[in-house]
Design a protein around this ligand. Structure first.
Ligand SMILES: [Fe+2]
Ligand SMILES: [Fe+2]
Ligand SMILES: [Fe+2]
Length: 278
């Protein structure tokens, strides 16, 4: 099979992993904190590892990892229905990986897809079990309808964090500089924490976290990437600072300041990397 065709198939898989991550995270946040939400977040982390392996393989083949989000099923009104939809998403992934394993003749990639397939089969079993567990525990949708200045700030923060996660991951895959790759990946993981904190804050405060992103910078040259990363960090550090000063709730203020301080650290890291480039 031509490299171009393999890249296409792997990017389709990568997009579906992206869709699954967001579907599972929304389900985990929307049922409130507890054992089941933790287990679902652990599955979402497995999907992140899959996405990472696929992206690295695509880059090795000379391709670019797609930032598009693939198949999702956000229907269902109750937690057991969500879990059933997650079983369905895993069924789709299992079917697609089986097909791609048949189609792709590269032994190393076949082996990787088989490794991922085994995880998806295990996830499918987990979600089938979660249908009953959610029913027995009487878990329900704990999201509220709150819409005000606070939820607007949280919406903005979540959209920003999601955007930079994609941006830094993309940059980390495209750079050949090892130190930059590691730093970009580390900061992307920190932005994932921010997204989680903000989404949980939203649910705790009676809101509904909508997890959407804006346009991530997709530069492929080091100085261009770092300049874009530095620019966005400076903007958001200032925006978090301003939001923290304006917010009335003390808990939320602390959270925003903690995130602001992380962003300031990101500025320093990116500044150093940029200096080394010159
Ligand atoms: Fe996966
Ligand atoms: Fe952040
Ligand atoms: Fe940041």
């Amino acid at each position: 099979m031509e490299k171009k065709k393999i890249i296409e198939l792997l990017n389709a898989d990568l997009q579906d992993e992206h869709g699954a991550i967001i579907q599972y995270l929304i389900h985990a946040y929307s049922m409130g904190e507890g054992e089941l939400s933790c287990e679902i977040e652990a599955i979402a982390r497995d999907e992140m590892r899959h996405l990472d392996w696929l992206a690295e393989t695509i880059v090795e083949l000379g391709g670019k990892p797609s930032l598009k989000r693939g198949k999702q099923n956000m229907a269902g009104k109750t937690v057991p229905q969500w879990m059933q939809n997650d079983v369905g998403l895993e069924d789709g992934a299992i079917e697609t990986y089986k097909q791609h394993i048949q189609m792709i003749d590269n032994p190393k990639i076949k082996r990787l897809l088989k490794r991922i397939l085994a995880d998806e089969q295990s996830h499918r079993g987990d979600f089938a079990h979660f249908v009953d567990k959610a029913r027995k525990e009487g878990l329900r949708d704990v999201r509220g309808k709150r819409k005000d200045g606070v939820t607007k700030t949280l919406d903005w923060g979540i959209a920003h964090e999601y955007t930079v996660i994609l941006q830094y991951m993309f940059h980390s895959y495209m750079t050949k500089n090892k130190e930059a790759r590691k730093q970009l990946e580390d900061q992307a993981i920190n932005e994932m924490q921010h997204l989680g904190w903000l989404a949980e804050e939203m649910v705790d405060g009676g809101g509904n976290p909508v997890i959407e992103h804006t346009g991530p910078n997709q530069s492929t040259k080091m100085p261009d990437m770092l300049k874009a990363d530095l620019k966005i960090e400076k903007e958001v550090a200032a925006a978090y600072d301003k939001a923290a000063r304006e917010v009335g709730d003390e808990g939320l203020r602390k959270l925003l300041l903690r995130i602001r301080d992380n962003e300031k650290y990101h500025i320093e890291v990116f500044n150093d990397l940029l200096k080394e480039e010159k």
